[in-house]
Design a protein around this ligand. Structure first.
Ligand SMILES: *[C@@H]1O[C@H](CO)[C@@H](O)[C@H](O)[C@H]1NC(C)=O
Ligand SMILES: *[C@@H]1O[C@H](CO)[C@@H](O)[C@H](O)[C@H]1NC(C)=O
Length: 619
């Protein structure tokens, strides 16, 4: 092992140790040999893409139907996407569109620090036959910023570690490696004899006749200021409305995943020379929306952002997203974009089912997504739901309620980690839906308006709105009855008082005319009307006494009635005394003396009764 030459600034020992265990793998997994391996590694963005073309030959006598691919631990942990396709025609011809089935296997004798994937071939490779396999492996978070922390003015430098030899369980006859770097500074690279730098392309090899599990570490240290836009989390909600719209809402929690910024940030420096004083930052992202996207918006916690721009033609709609501040390493930005799409472009019918066919991931270019949730909200009443995604995802279901929903809308929730642009392919959600249930909501609206209309008419024709059976309504009715009764009592007492006045008036007439008979006649009629009134009072008071609602007023009512009786008695006594005096022909002074005590009480009682009448009048 001779890696790390010329890289004195880096201590690469921990990295190299991982592979010393591979030094004696004398195992032979099959009779396959790789006659030619061409590897091309693209490091021009934050995502590392390794394309490998493998010419595989069967040197044994048995049919072989699987090919093994191996990855060291540090790569396997960051592997986001792996496809293997058969190459058609000779050499670097066209690759057939269909990816072959790939799965993790654990063959015996392979060190546990290696992850092995098995590619299943449609037809096996016979004795002496060969084929060419094109493998694409995509890795995230595998370019390490070094140094880890930089200032606003610094460029961003990255480290990438690989093996110059293709790590394979098979012997390799002939191989080469090309590493494509951004057009920028290359700080250093492992200078093996076979290494060659041509412009921004670093080449290793060719190497010939290497045994299985050959490994030769190399490290490249280079400048890369491409936006390291990472969505820690993205929630995409796709809501289907059979009334013609697919509404997409995407909530991003974005971070700059590159070298952390240290020291003060100066906006002034940044604004005067953004390319020098903010080379590692980014301030714009481009989202490619489907054609005919409409009602596009972009907002963050503060509100709509109008500086974003939108343009489009018949093939696409492009939205430029510009956060309120440039993003440096470690900085976050949370925002939402939303857009509507025509239903007929994305919803189709098949065998009595409907299905949504739409892209799975973000429309934003070159974005890495750590955790992606795709939520497909189906119309209420959808049944027999199934999902087809061309790679493994975690699947669950929830229910969403919006206006007028009764049972709620079924929501298919799909979760995937470590998402790269290669995952942005079409997926399908199939479901059954009865068209009649589409009419449910409009019918609900129509009947809703109808009932509102009827209720308005009923309201206009009845002057109360409280339900007749409710307790409060009954209490209200009872209280109204109490009030009416009290008013009647008030009325009767008033009539009693008028009658009293008549009696008093008859005495004044007597003193003027001396007509005792007329006075006695008045007394008689007064007596009988007071009796009548007292009878009327009895039934009313009995009602009040039986009504719990009347408790607060009952004592006042009883008090006034008692006082009125008292007053009556005193008036009668006075009247009798005066008439008696007249019959005995006593003088005026004598009469005054005899009635003086009555008169005092009468005046006091009358005053009290008038006061009580005012109180009762206010009930
Ligand atoms: C934001 O913009 C969208 C689309 O233009 C609009 O529908 C929405 O009302 C706006 N919201 C605010 C808070 O301005
Ligand atoms: C989904 O749409 C894509 C792009 O229009 C198309 O290529 C694909 O065949 C469709 N899938 C299905 C199942 O219809």
């Amino acid at each position: 092992m001779k890696g790390g030459r010329g890289m004195s600034m880096l201590n690469l020992f921990p990295f190299l140790l991982t592979f010393t265990i591979l030094s004696s793998p004398a195992l032979s997994l099959s009779d396959l040999i790789l006659t030619k391996v061409d590897r091309r590694i693209d490091l021009t963005s934050q995502i590392a893409r390794i394309s490998t073309s493998l010419k595989v030959e069967n040197a044994g006598s048995d049919l072989v139907s699987e090919i093994l691919l191996s990855f060291p631990e540090n790569q396997a942990n960051h592997l986001a996407h792996l496809t293997a396709k058969l190459s058609e025609g000779k050499g670097k011809g066209k690759t057939s569109g269909v990816g072959l089935p790939v799965e993790v296997v654990h063959p015996e004798g392979v060190p546990s620090s290696l992850t092995i994937y098995s590619v299943t071939l449609p037809k096996g490779i016979g004795k002496g036959d060969s084929l060419t396999l094109d493998v694409l492996a995509v890795f995230t978070h595998t370019l390490e910023p070094f140094p880890e922390k930089i200032t606003q003015a610094d460029i961003q430098l990255l480290l990438f570690q690989e093996s110059a030899h293709y790590l394979s369980p098979y012997a390799v006859k002939f191989q080469s490696l090309t590493v494509k770097l951004p057009d920028a500074r290359i700080e250093s690279y492992t200078k093996l004899d076979s290494a060659k730098l041509q412009g921004s392309e670093l080449k290793y090899g060719p190497y010939e006749n290497l045994p299985p599990f050959s490994y030769l570490p190399i490290v490249v240290h280079f400048e890369n200021n491409r936006p390291f836009a990472v969505a820690k989390e993205l929630v995409r909600e796709i809501e289907i409305s059979h009334w013609g719209n697919v509404q997409v809402t995407e909530h991003y929690n974005l971070v700059h995943g590159g070298a952390q910024i240290k020291g003060e940030f100066s906006r002034l420096d940044y604004q005067s020379r953004p390319h020098v004083r903010g080379a590692s930052s980014f301030r714009r992202l481009l989202a490619k929306l489907p054609p005919r996207a409409h009602s596009v918006y972009y907002r963050d916690e503060i509100g709509n952002i109008s500086t974003s721009s939108l343009w489009g033609d018949s093939k696409k709609t492009e939205l430029e997203i510009e956060p309120r501040y440039p993003l440096f390493g470690g900085w976050n930005s949370a925002f939402t974009i939303g857009y509507g799409l025509p239903l007929k472009d994305f919803l189709f019918g098949l065998d009595g089912k409907r299905f949504l066919n739409i892209t799975f991931s973000t429309p934003i270019n070159d974005l890495v997504i750590d955790t992606l949730f795709v939520k497909v909200v189906l119309p209420e009443g959808s049944k027999d739901i199934s999902v087809s995604v061309p790679y493994p995802v975690k699947q669950s279901q929830e229910t969403k309620f919006s206006h007028l929903d009764i049972a709620g809308r079924p929501v298919v929730v799909l979760e995937k980690n470590n998402v790269v642009p290669e995952h942005n392919v079409h997926f399908q959600v199939y479901y059954k839906f009865n068209s009649l249930s589409m009419l449910r909501e409009p019918l609900m609206l129509i009947s809703g308006f109808f009932f509102l209309f009827v209720a308005c008419i009923a309201y206009v024709h009845a002057d109360f709105s409280i339900s007749k059976s409710s307790a409060s309504y009954l209490a209200k009715l009872q209280w109204e009855e109490v009030q009416a009764t009290v008013r009647q009592i008030h009325n009767i007492i008033s009539r009693c008082l008028i009658t009293h006045d008549k009696l008093e008036a008859s005495l004044r007439d007597l003193s003027r005319t001396g007509d005792v008979q007329a006075c006695k006649a008045t007394r008689k009629s007064v007596d009988s009307s007071l009796k009548e009134l007292s009878k009327e009072l009895k039934s009313l008071v009995a009602f009040l006494q039986s009504s719990p609602q009347a408790t607060p007023v009952l004592s006042k009512v009883e008090e006034i009635i008692t006082k009125e009786r008292d007053l009556q008695e005193k008036l009668m006594a006075k009247h009798s005394t005066v008439v008696d005096c007249y019959e005995k022909k006593l003088g005026g002074r004598e009469i005054e003396n005899r009635i003086a005590s009555h008169q005092q009480k009468i005046t006091a009682l009358r005053q009290e009764i008038d006061d009580l009448m005012d109180v009762i009048d206010e009930i």
